[in-house]
Design a protein around this ligand. Structure first.
Ligand code: FAE
Length: 543
């Protein structure tokens, strides 16, 4: 757990209930309605408004920018295309579970698009009402990219795994960044700010909820692979109370990719809540930025479309800002910048905008186990197979749950591999849309690396691959990813601190800065890099 001292050192104050209520004007009744709460003044921005700082997107990069700007005394407005997840549905819950998905699950789809979408020859997705739901799967042909939609971005839907990359690999992928500073200051600051905590190993060893992970660990170790606990932003103390029956179940009720109603410290409870306490943050939810152009004067004009939860356009707006921070995620930021350059709105952007995209080597796979993996499984992963230092094929594989509520003898994995293949975002002048030119064969290095590890595990434990989880007779989940990275690389499309070349006052602060791979689950790195870049920008550009 993060101690109060560490939290203070990080620039965070403890969010006590009374102070938080005073800071936001939220009533006790409103709080009682929901375990989640408002994070900031949700004042929809007025057409023609001028703001000193405008942030596009409210995921990790956006939340760090919001906190550090508001703490520096700068009035800051976030424009977020997803909704502000504070209002419970008819079932009294804000989010739906994976087992009973409804419209809240998905960003304007009539049918869910589960990552594991098949089972014994059948498509197990479910029909739903189209709605501004929390998980998007953006389809680029050979690659579907899963992303969170809402105030909090990916933190609303992700597995909470909070991993600091291995230093030698970090130094390799981001050689222009001072690793000493990152490992001494910014990774600890990010971990403290995110509320990272660790699993109690004795509980892990005894609870039915992690039998799947213990089986995954034992099988990996039998084949000679090392395993490691993975820190998380899900409150493991809360989870133990769920298991004991003294807290409402969330991770233990199959909640994760469509949102957690309790337990997870998503950004709306950490960075964004802290930024709101300054009184300097406002947020427009359900507003999608469509354009950024230079001027008038030294600032920028930002255009946006406001929708309702059915997707109907409510308004189109144009506002001005002295500074604009792109935090729409690897895909969102890259798409915007590529379109702005191609349409002549920001013509002086670097030619490398849109380049260097990678999927962090993501590939999923399932094994048919002969051991019981457990009918009751926590939806939050807690352990990984660490074969990263094997030069023949680095793999860091999260032992993923399959929380179907019944025994299935399935061991599931999300493998992160060192896939050198990259893709580009390109503008299609015919459709006016930005595409991603990733092709199916580019996943092969990931499959090869993962296959090496899981072939050995299967051979040692006399098990086999499941071929029914990602299609009909399809072993590898190689056509989608959770970890989009790159598209606006640090030190190439931007300077060494995320300032966009050619446009003073435009910054990139999200995962698009990272060149396609980080070797572990990426959000701690995105957060720490944003902390480092914002510290520089505030010290030199804003004072
Ligand atoms: P992100 O968090 O995606 O935030 C971008 C925000 O911008 C979103 O809220 C968008 O709705 C918004 N946006 C986009 N375009 C626009 C626009 N034009 N106008 C206004 N708003 C816009 O970006 N990572 C881990 O480290 N550990 C995990 O356990 C993990 N599990 C994952 C599980 C799932 C199912 C998924 C989808 C992702 C997972 N990730 C995990 C990845 C992680 O969530 C992701 O790397 C970060 O969220 C990326 O942070 P960014 O700030 O780059």
């Amino acid at each position: 757990m993060i101690s109060e001292n560490a939290r203070r050192a990080s620039g965070f104050t403890a969010i006590n209930r009374r102070g938080f209520l005073a800071g936001t004007g939220v009533t006790i009744a409103a709080l009682a309605l929901s375990a989640r709460r408002m994070v900031a003044a949700h004042a929809d921005i007025s057409p023609g408004a001028h703001v000193p700082a405008l942030i596009i997107g409210s995921g990790y990069g956006g939340a760090v920018a919001a906190l550090r700007l508001t703490q520096a005394g700068i009035d800051t407005h976030i424009v977020e295309m997803g909704q502000n997840w504070t209002t419970p549905g008819a079932d009294g819950k804000i989010f739906c579970s994976m087992l009973k998905p409804d419209g809240r699950s998905s960003w304007f789809r009539n049918r869910t698009d589960q990552p594991v979408g098949w089972f014994i020859g059948s498509d197990v997705n479910k029909d739903i009402d189209s709605y501004a739901g929390v998980l998007d799967s953006e389809d680029f042909g050979a690659m579907r990219v899963y992303q969170g939609r809402g105030v909090g971005g990916g933190s609303l839907v992700n597995g909470g795994m909070a991993v600091i990359p291995k230093r030698p690999y970090f130094e390799q992928i981001l050689p222009s960044v001072d690793a000493g500073e990152m490992y001494g200051t910014y990774f600890p600051r990010a971990s403290a700010g995110l509320g990272v905590n660790n699993m109690d190993s004795a509980w892990f060893d005894s609870t039915e909820w992690y039998q799947f992970a213990r089986v995954g660990r034992d099988d990996a170790q039998a084949a000679g692979y090392a395993t490691t606990f993975v820190p998380n932003v899900y409150d493991f103390g809360y989870m133990q109370r769920e298991a004991a029956g003294s807290a409402t179940k969330s991770a233990l009720a199959s909640e994760v990719i469509y949102g957690n109603n309790y337990g997870k410290k998503s950004l709306d409870k950490t960075y964004l809540a802290e930024a709101a306490r300054t009184g300097k943050l406002t947020i427009s939810a359900l507003h999608t930025v469509t354009g950024v152009t230079a001027g008038p004067g030294s600032g920028y004009t930002v255009t946006m479309t406001q929708i309702n939860t059915s997707g109907a356009t409510v308004a189109t707006k144009s506002v001005t800002a002295d500074r604009v921070f792109f935090a729409a995620g690897s895909v969102g930021t890259s798409k915007l910048l590529v379109a702005m350059k191609a349409t002549g709105k920001l013509p002086n952007l670097s030619d490398t905008v849109g380049a260097g995209w990678g999927n962090n080597g993501n590939v999923m796979v399932g094994r048919a186990n002969s051991k019981l993996t457990g009918g009751n499984q926590s939806a939050i992963p807690a352990m990984g197979i660490d074969n990263w230092d094997d030069p023949a094929g680095p793999v860091f594989a999260e032992i993923a749950p399959f929380p179907a509520g019944t025994e299935l003898w399935i061991s599931l994995y999300l493998a992160i591999t060192k896939n050198p293949n990259r893709a580009n975002f390109t503008f299609d002048s015919g459709s006016g849309k930005v595409g991603l030119d990733w092709s199916a064969g580019q996943a092969q290095p990931s499959i090869d690396a993962a296959k090496r590890v899981f072939d050995k595990i299967n051979s040692k434990t006399l098990t086999s691959y499941r071929t029914d989880l990602f299609g009909v007779y399809k072993t590898w989940g190689d056509d989608f990813c959770y970890h989009p990275l790159g598209g606006c690389l640090l030190g190439s499309a931007t300077d060494n601190y995320g300032r966009l070349n050619g446009y003073p006052g435009l910054y990139v602060v999200d995962g698009s800065l990272i060149p396609g791979s980080v070797g572990v689950n990426p959000f701690v790195t995105i957060t720490a890099l944003a902390e480092r870049n914002m510290a520089k920008v505030i010290a030199t550009d804003l004072h």
